[in-house]
Every structure is written in structure tokens, then in C-alpha cells.
Design a binder for this molecule. Structure first.
Ligand SMILES: NC(=O)c1ccc[n+]([C@@H]2O[C@H](COP(=O)([O-])OP(=O)(O)OC[C@H]3O[C@@H](n4cnc5c(N)ncnc54)[C@H](O)[C@@H]3O)[C@@H](O)[C@H]2O)c1
Length: 426
């Protein structure tokens, strides 16, 4: 296979974020790492490609999804992408699994590494199962949709550390060259002390899939997962968690003492919109009295912005990975630093780090900060839904479990929209 190997070599050469790859150092002494993909949608297809490109010894060995159409289209796509690489896609029909227990059957299919790229609701149970079975993990963000789930993720992350398993999170900006350089510069003090941060994730609405007669209520909600809080966590958790993670990064991963938030639904329509809000604004308060701010919207025909605005004691910073802008200014507005280096695909970087760590036998563990960033998003949602101030400790102690009564295709109540001041904190 030509392309993945060439990209792998190029990647290893230019990626300053990567540790060196010790070939053959895989704990089991095999040159092949078998990959199991759990969640064969857009991100899963991408993650599987990146995993295969990260190391020429990697093989896609098992796949699991809730739905046949998603698994089949993913398999077809990957087969096409790797058509010049015989053997890299080696998912025999008996290693393609469907339904609510597909993850366990992938894990039990003899894989070394699993890619967890299904809906956020399932992340805690999938991560637990993978770590208990001794698998290395790539774990997409967010890590859960409620505190009880995130507590399980935190415990599974700790168990991964004890077992020497690598756990890489899908908070991809932490693996982007420009962001790594910019946040390092920030923490070196290029604009003095960080006084405040405002991160934004202002965008338009996501896909809506109209109900089909053959779909049960459960399938309808699964197919429109972004808009149902029990599945996605709402967009502040599912999508804007990237920006909340960068807020946390800018604050040097100090956790907030409490937050207050506003939010609601101004423009969403249709039953596919579930019970998600379309705007949130959160004020995080720290025990040293600093404040940091996050705003996110999913409203069509409004301006987009996905930036980090940082105020320091001697200047300001602006980071926008998409434009891209990575610049720090002094108080006069003069640019005193901007990123000039290479920018490789951050998603590829994640997988290069994951597999380099496995090959080297040096387990990497993103657990603590990936859980904290997810919790910051969750506490923002809790504060917005209830209209109450939520402390960090309260958020972790929340007993609200968003799981449905049963995991089966069939009737499922349509969830209610939260109303600040009326929806209780639990
Ligand atoms: N890091 C990033 O930049 C980034 C980008 C996109 C998505 N994501 C994250 O990746 C995850 C997937 O997003 P997506 O855009 O690929 O969504 P998607 O809907 O395209 O794919 C998700 C897939 O998971 C499957 N699935 C659902 N429940 C499952 C279960 N219990 N077991 C097995 N498969 C199951 C679905 O059928 C679907 O095929 C989400 O957590 C999302 O937030 C991250």
C-alpha cells in the first residue's frame, strides 16, 4: 500500500508533537495491530482512515454500528480509500456487528485497539467495556452526557492508567500544531498573566432526518441524535465542548469553582429538533475571582464564529483554528507573536500519537483533562437548563441519569424541553 505508508513516513518526519515510534515494541510482540471501529459514521470513517495511516502495521479488523446502512457505507468507503492497500481493511462479514451490543462484540473479536466514535451517550459503557477487556482506546469527545456517565468514564480512565493502556481523546485541538504552539506561548507569558477568556462556537443548525414510517420512536431519536440531550448532551456538550476545552486549556486546566448560564431555544423547529436548546452563554467563576466566558449558538442565518479571545495582563490573544488565526498582541494592538510553523491534520496527529505510544509501550492517558473539559460543558448545560448557579462539586455529584428506560427499538417518550427556573437540578 503506497499512500498510507508514505503519509506515515511524512507524518513522523514533520510532526513535532509526536514521540518517536519504536516499531516492534508493541507489548504483544506482533507487528500487526488489529483495530475495532465502534460507530461507523462520519467521524468513525475518518478516525479509521487516520488510524490506518498512522502505522503501516495497522489493520481494520472489526466494525460495529447501530445500523446496517451506516456500517455498510463506512465499509464501502474505507475499502475504496484503501483499495491499493491489500489487507488493511480485513473485516470479514462475521466481524461486522449491529445493534446495542455491537461494541462488546467488536471488543471480543480479537482487536488490540478500539476507536469509540458512536454517539456520546454510549461513551461511558463503551469505554468501560474496552478498558476492562484490556484494549487501547481512541475516545471521541464528548466523554458523556451526564455526571453519572462521566464518573464512569473517570473511573475507566484511571483503570486504563493502572493497566498501562493508552487512552487518547478526540479533543483534537490539543493535537493541532498551531494550537499547541500558541497555548505553549500563552503559558510562557507572552501576554502576561491570563486574566480572562471568551470562547465562541456560533454556527448553524445540524442535520434533521424526518421520521420514516418504519422507524420506531427509539430509531427516530437515534437518527436525530444531535438534538436529543440524552444522546448528545445538547450542542454545548456535543459540539461546543471543543471551545470549552480550549477555554480550559487557556486557563491552564484549572477547574472552575462554579458557573452561571443562560440558554434557550429561539429558532429551532420541527420534531427532529428534540429537546436541545439553540443558544447558551456560560460564565465560569474561579476561586481566584477570575471569570471566563463561553457562548455557543446553532441558529441559521446568524454570523458564525469559532474563536478564543484571551485577555492577559499585558496584551490580548486571538485563536481561530479554521481561519486560521493564532496571534498575540500587545496593548497597542501590535502583533507580538503569530504562528508560522507547519500545520498537519490534527486528526492524523491524534492517531500518530496514539499508535506511537502503543508501539513504544509508553501508555498515554488523556483521562483527567478530557473528563474535566466534558464536565465544564455539562455544568454549563446544567446551569442553563435549571437557571441556577452550579458549583464544580455539585456538578460531579449530580444524579441525573439521562439513560432511556430500555435499550430496544420501540416506543420512547419524547423528552421535555428544559425551562430555566422550573427544571430542577438533580
Ligand atoms: N473531534 C471532532 O472534531 C469531531 C467531529 C465530528 C464528530 N465528533 C464526535 O464523534 C462522534 C460521532 O459523530 P459523527 O459525526 O460521526 O456522527 P454520525 O451520526 O455520523 O456517526 C455515529 C455512528 O455511531 C453509530 N452508533 C450509534 N450508537 C451506537 C452504538 N451504541 N454502538 C455502535 N454504533 C453506534 C451510528 O449509527 C452512526 O453510524 C460524536 O461524539 C461527535 O461528537 C467529533
Amino acid at each position: 500500500m503506497t499512500m498510507p505508508r508514505r503519509e506515515f513516513v511524512k507524518a513522523a518526519a514533520v510532526a513535532s508533537v509526536l514521540p518517536s515510534i519504536a516499531r516492534g515494541a508493541h507489548a504483544r510482540g506482533s507487528d500487526t495491530l488489529k483495530i475495532g471501529l465502534i460507530g461507523c459514521g462520519g467521524r468513525g470513517t475518518g478516525a479509521a482512515s487516520q488510524a490506518l495511516r498512522a502505522d503501516p502495521g495497522n489493520v481494520l479488523w472489526a466494525m460495529g454500528d447501530m445500523f446496517d446502512d451506516r456500517l455498510t457505507s463506512c465499509h464501502e468507503r474505507l475499502t475504496d480509500v484503501f483499495k491499493d492497500a491489500p489487507g488493511r481493511i480485513d473485516v470479514a462479514p462475521e466481524r461486522r456487528f449491529l445493534g446495542f451490543d455491537a461494541h462488546q462484540r467488536v471488543i471480543d473479536a480479537g482487536v488490540d485497539v478500539v476507536l469509540l466514535t458512536s454517539y456520546p451517550h454510549f461513551r461511558p459503557s463503551h469505554l468501560e467495556a474496552a478498558v476492562h477487556a484490556g484494549k487501547h482506546v481512541f475516545c471521541e469527545k464528548p466523554m458523556g452526557v451526564d455526571a453519572p456517565g462521566l464518573v464512569r468514564v473517570r473511573a475507566a480512565s484511571e483503570l486504563a492508567r493502572e493497566k498501562g493502556l493508552t487512552l487518547v481523546s478526540g479533543f483534537c485541538w490539543r493535537y493541532a500544531n498551531a494550537e499547541r504552539a500558541a497555548f505553549a506561548k500563552l503559558h510562557e507569558g507572552v501576554i502576561g498573566d491570563v486574566l480572562s477568556v471568551h470562547t465562541t462556537y456560533h454556527t448553524s443548525t445540524l442535520t434533521k432526518r424526518p421520521r420514516r414510517p418504519e422507524w420506531s420512536d427509539m430509531e427516530f431519536q437515534l437518527r436525530n441524535w444531535w438534538h436529543f440531550t440524552w444522546l448528545s448532551g445538547d450542542h454545548i456538550v456535543e459540539q461546543a465542548c471543543h471551545s470549552i476545552d480550549r477555554l480550559a486549556w487557556a486557563m491552564n486546566d484549572k477547574t472552575p469553582a462554579r458557573c452561571v448560564a443562560i440558554g434557550g431555544r429561539a429558532a429551532r423547529t420541527g420534531e427532529e429538533s428534540g429537546n436541545s436548546f439553540d443558544h447558551f452563554g456560560v460564565v465560569y467563576e474561579y476561586d481566584d475571582r477570575r471569570r471566563a466566558f463561553h457562548t455557543c449558538t446553532q441558529i441559521d442565518r446568524t454570523p458564525s464564529d469559532n474563536s478564543d479571545y484571551i485577555t492577559g495582563s499585558s496584551g490580548t490573544g486571538e485563536i481561530n483554528g479554521w481561519k486560521p488565526i493564532h496571534a498575540f498582541r500587545d496593548r497597542t494592538g501590535k502583533v507580538i507573536w503569530s504562528y508560522e510553523g507547519p500545520s498537519r491534520d490534527m486528526y492524523q496527529n491524534e492517531h500518530d500519537v496514539l499508535f506511537a505510544s502503543i508501539r513504544a509501550g509508553e501508555a498515554r492517558n488523556d483521562g483527567p483533562w478530557m473528563c474535566n473539559s466534558t464536565m465544564m460543558a455539562l455544568m454549563g448545560r446544567m446551569a442553563a437548563y435549571t437557571g441556577q448557579t452550579i458549583t464544580w462539586d455539585q456538578a460531579w455529584a449530580s444524579v441525573e441519569d439521562l439513560s432511556p428506560p430500555a435499550y430496544e427499538m420501540g416506543p420512547l417518550a419524547y423528552p421535555a424541553l428544559a425551562v430555566p427556573g422550573q427544571t430542577p437540578f438533580r
